[in-house]
Write a protein that binds this ligand. Structure first.
Ligand SMILES: NC(=O)C1=CN([C@@H]2O[C@H](COP(=O)(O)OP(=O)(O)OC[C@H]3O[C@@H](n4cnc5c(N)ncnc54)[C@H](O)[C@@H]3O)[C@@H](O)[C@H]2O)C=CC1
Ligand SMILES: O=C(O)C(=O)COP(=O)(O)O
Length: 387
């Protein structure tokens, strides 16, 4: 029986794929084999000794202590692209909200309640406060051309916008999906100095923290609008507020409200709704559950953010799964323990990623407990289990 602990509500379309005779799924599992999580902060979470894997039903993993998980041999998965459609649509909404002053206009019109027959006349008189530019013909800068950024860039072209993209680490797969009409920015300055709208789609890391600061904002075109559906920490909120106050920035749309931003007329604050669609929630849950299941049952790793991709068709009777440091002589030491126990290797896979590596060995018989202990004692082995 596998025990899965949920730290956020996870779509039952996903959890329903875990057979009830082999899995328990609950918020209060004492010794979980795996955790399913969305945005719950795991930096203060006590990682149980039993924990083998964490499935982030979503893209960003900045709420998970990934390095500490690696040290404990806990595989962290996310669900690339599974909620990108939902976020893309919200970004389109954000573009329109930022341009046409929709939030302020909606608030204002409600103040006319009770004015009876005057309402029509007051609307026509008051609407001039909410004039805002059309998107067509304006330039949109997209920073980060991954699952979301590419969808936003391609769709903005259909709105008649000129689109410039920046992503020095873009994958070949991603490049194939991008419209050829997107202008390639060689550096961020090109985006900052020439775009009317700038939208952020990069992960929050130590390199991207506060990437939009006072100096960057000062280099932007007067009236520029910033959209942040990536993470609040990418943007210096105080610098944004000053630039809104001075009129240098036209609007800041954020999916990550902070107290200091609320109430400012230039801020459109959305309560982290980018991925909150049934479609995205289902997609993420299904993908995270499938990833966890394949890892727990077969040791296969797909879409991990801290360990290498490793998939091997099952053969033999049992499978040894060893997470270890990426150092010399690991495979020979593990194989020696296997052969000393009289086990025959039917198949073997070894993959590495940075400091860590992963070895799966299919053997012809069940692996006795002492062999697991012997492998666990090898210098550099982080975690071992037999399935
Ligand atoms: N508002 C919401 O509900 C959601 C927010 N997000 C946020 O959006 C981020 C992006 O999501 P996806 O597009 O699905 O991820 P992704 O991994 O497909 O794309 C991220 C892209 O950013 C690029 N990148 C990384 N560092 C960069 C840098 N310094 N400069 C330029 N490009 C850089 C990468 O090469 C990659 O192409 C997530 O990390 C998450 O923080 C994701 C999903 C939902
Ligand atoms: O996938 C992401 O990175 C998100 O920000 C979505 O977060 P959520 O799953 O809606 O709490």
């Amino acid at each position: 029986m596998f025990h899965i602990k949920t730290l956020n509500p996870i779509s039952e379309v996903g959890t329903g794929r875990l057979p009830a005779d082999r899995y328990t799924v609950a918020a209060d599992v004492p010794a979980p084999d795996a955790v399913l999580v969305r945005s719950a902060d795991m930096h203060t979470y006590d990682l149980e000794d039993s924990l083998l894997a964490i499935g982030r039903a979503g893209a960003g993993v900045n709420n998970i202590p990934v390095d500490i998980c690696s040290q404990h041999g806990i595989v962290v998965f996310n669900t690339p692209g599974a909620n990108a459609g939902g976020v893309k649509e919200m970004v389109l909404c954000g573009l329109l909200l930022s341009s046409r002053k929709v939030p302020a206009a909606l608030q204002w019109v409600q103040t006319l309640k009770g004015r009876g027959d005057e309402v029509g006349k007051l609307v026509e008189k008051g609407k001039k406060q909410f004039v805002g530019p059309e998107l067509a013909g304006k330039r949109l800068g997209v920073i980060g051309l991954g699952a979301i950024g590419i969808r936003v860039a391609n769709t903005a072209r259909h709105l008649g916008m000129e689109v410039m993209g920046y992503d020095p680490y873009m994958s070949v797969d991603a490049a194939w999906k991008m419209s050829r009409a997107i202008i390639h920015a060689k550096d961020l300055a090109e985006i900052y100095t020439t775009c009317d709208y700038i939208t952020l789609h990069v992960p929050y890391t130590k390199d991207t923290a506060a990437m939009i600061d006072a100096q960057v904002i000062a280099s932007m075109k007067p009236g520029a609008r910033i959209l942040n559906f990536a993470r609040g920490e990418l943007v210096d909120s105080q610098a944004v507020l000053s630039a809104l106050d001075s009129g240098h920035l036209g609007c800041y749309v954020t999916d990550f409200p902070q107290d200091c931003l609320l109430g400012h007329p230039g801020v459109v604050a959305i309560p982290h709704l980018g991925a909150s669609t049934p479609e995205s929630e289902d997609n993420c849950a299904v993908m995270a559950v499938e990833e966890l299941r394949d890892y727990l049952e077969n040791g296969n790793i797909k879409n991990s953010v801290n360990l290498p991709a490793a998939t091997m068709v099952r053969s033999g009777t049992a499978r040894l799964c060893v997470i270890h440091q990426n150092i010399p002589a690991m495979i020979s030491s593990i194989a020696a323990a296997v052969s000393d126990a009289g086990l025959n290797v039917e198949n073997l896979l070894n993959k590495s990623r940075g400091e860590y590596a992963y070895t799966m060995i299919d053997v012809n018989a069940a692996v006795p407990q002492p062999v697991l202990q012997q492998i666990a004692a090898i210098d550099g082995v982080v975690r071992v289990r037999a399935i």
